[in-house]
Design a protein around this ligand. Structure first.
Ligand code: SF4
Ligand code: SF4
Length: 383
């Protein structure tokens, strides 16, 4: 399905706007392609996509536009500062508007649920807080200092609810005066934004921003690096006036201030995976390690590709809602590497990473040797 957009001047300008001057300055060095995790499992050449965009010779029907997980490995290494992921997002936006059938079917289904129900599974709004059923979380009041933003994954996936439950038990332990938005919380909208659906993103974001405003609370703690990044970097342009921290930052600080005490050991070998939106996108590398390294008995290891060089799990850029063929899952590589390192636990701090690792561990038959845990689950076990 060749649908070059060259004849449409407006579309070319949209792509150019997304890449700006930097797009013009690409000199085809190919570093972006060399950095891209897809080339571990198949061929994908972002530098060719940039050239096509520069000249408006884009095939909107090409699957490649939907491969990018927005891991930022290429952007962080580009010597000319080309906003490669912005260009890809602009092409996705044009595709969604002009030939919606070219959007991957599984993504279209998640987008439809987000539109109708405010979450990617289409779960009922009044079931959004089922995870919190017996936790006795205080209601919003004038006393509330912090809002805990759970993210749709722990809210609607029963196997993931322990992430939100652990986070709230720890927040209680620190003495934080916190509450949740309850049924007023919607998806932060990060994946639809990265899929180029700006209209739906704004609808979801402004709903949350209104709920923040009504609550009167100015501080948010998020479990997901995707929620954290989006509330921090995208919501202010839509009127948000809140401070947001990732849970691992909150925990590291609570340990420093003495409001979080570790009472039990965790005598296991743990390898930490840097989620792209916590690490490369947000520069939060030390706090998760600080939290884990203060747990007695825990042996902390880095992955083979750690910190700035971390290998993406494959779930960002709305990829979590798209099919990834067997043999092409980055999370399989990371699970295999963790086993080779001798780790018993693969710890991370992102619900998408956990979903992907959980699937990989199951499909690879590694449940007997490796388990995946969010940092909050480990901390919850030792306080
Ligand atoms: S790394 Fe930057 S300059 Fe080099 S080919 Fe990629 S986009 Fe162009
Ligand atoms: S952001 Fe990551 S997945 Fe997307 S093109 Fe760049 S390196 Fe590849």
């Amino acid at each position: 399905m060749k649908e070059a957009i060259a004849p449409f001047k407006e579309a070319i300008e949209m792509i150019r706007d997304a890449g700006g001057e930097a797009l013009r300055s690409c000199f085809q060095c190919g570093l972006c392609t060399a950095s891209c995790p897809w080339n571990n499992v198949r061929t994908f050449m972002p530098h060719k996509k940039i050239t096509e965009s520069k000249f408006g010779l884009v095939d909107l029907g090409e699957e490649d536009w939907w491969l990018c997980s927005t891991c930022n490995a290429c952007v962080s290494r580009c010597p000319r500062g080309v906003a490669i992921t912005d260009v890809i997002r602009a092409v996705r936006n044009i595709t969604s508007d002009s030939i919606p059938r070219a959007v991957p079917a599984s993504l279209r289904s998640a987008v439809a649920s987000l539109k109708s129900a405010g979450n990617p599974w289409g779960g009922a709004r009044d079931e959004r807080t089922n995870w919190a059923r017996d936790l006795d979380i205080p209601s919003l009041s004038g006393e509330t200092e912090v809002l805990y933003f759970s993210c749709c994954v722990p809210a609607y996936d029963p196997k993931m609810e322990k992430v939100a439950r652990s986070a709230c038990r720890i927040l209680k332990e620190t003495g934080a005066r916190f509450a949740i938005l309850g049924t007023k919380e919607s998806c932060c909208g990060e994946s639809v934004r990265k899929a180029g659906n700006y209209e739906l993103f704004e609808k979801l974001a402004t709903g949350n921003i209104d709920a923040f405003r009504e609550s009167g609370v100015k501080r948010i703690v998020a479990s997901s690096p995707h929620c954290y990044d989006t509330i921090k970097n995208e919501y202010p342009a839509l009127g948000a006036d809140v401070e947001v921290v990732h849970l691992t930052q909150y925990l590291a600080r609570a340990m420093d201030e003495g409001t979080l005490t570790i009472r039990k050991p965790f005598p296991r070998k743990v390898v930490y995976h840097d989620p792209c939106y916590l690490g490369r996108h947000s520069d939060v590398y030390d706090e998760p390690r600080k939290v884990l390294s203060r747990i007695p008995g825990l042996t902390l290891m880095d992955e083979i590709n750690a910190r700035e060089n971390s290998l993406c799990c494959g779930g960002g850029g709305a990829r979590i809602w798209m099919e990834t063929k067997k043999g092409e899952r980055f999370s399989d590589i990371l699970v295999e590497q963790a086993v080779e390192l001798g780790a018993e636990v693969l710890a991370t701090a992102c619900p998408y990473c956990i979903l992907n690792f959980r699937d990989s561990i199951l499909t690879m038959g590694r449940e007997d040797v490796l388990e995946v845990r969010d940092i909050s689950e480990i901390v919850d076990e030792v306080i």
